[in-house]
Design a protein around this ligand. Structure first.
Ligand code: 5GP
Length: 113
């Protein structure tokens, strides 16, 4: 059993957050400390600690997360102007929360990487 974390608590509504979308598999919510005018996080409802833990059986889940990120970009009107999806993995990337998440960033010209 994986340990609970702050994102699992958001999925289960044990702590408040601005949830934009939720279904049986995934949740999308506003980042508490936005790094761009548009900043949302797409997470699986089940705990996957990082990208390193995805399995073949998760392929539909990962595709659903990506398709939903694109739908959110459309809804938030950054689909045409452009946006960035980021998945941090482990310490050197700066991953803080041990629960797989895709950042959706946009609404301004983002710095080159
Ligand atoms: P990471 O650095 O792990 O890729 O990103 C974690 C993100 O989660 C950060 O951008 C951080 O601001 C956000 N975050 C951390 N704790 C909370 C929280 O309790 N609520 C929300 N909405 N976002 C959080």
């Amino acid at each position: 059993m994986k340990k609970n974390n702050v994102f699992k608590d958001i999925v289960e509504k044990k702590i408040p957050s601005e949830i934009l979308y939720q279904d049986k598999k995934i949740t999308v919510f506003s980042d508490i400390s936005p790094k761009a005018p548009v900043h949302f996080l797409v997470i699986p409802n089940k705990i996957i600690p990082s990208l390193n833990y995805i399995k073949k059986r998760d392929k539909n889940l990962i595709f659903h997360m990506l398709r939903t990120a694109i739908a959110i970009a459309k809804k938030k009107k950054i689909y045409r102007t452009g946006y960035r999806l980021i998945i941090n993995c482990n310490k050197n990337s700066g991953q803080e929360v041990p629960h797989l998440h895709i950042h959706i960033l946009g609404g301004k010209k983002l710095p080159s990487i």
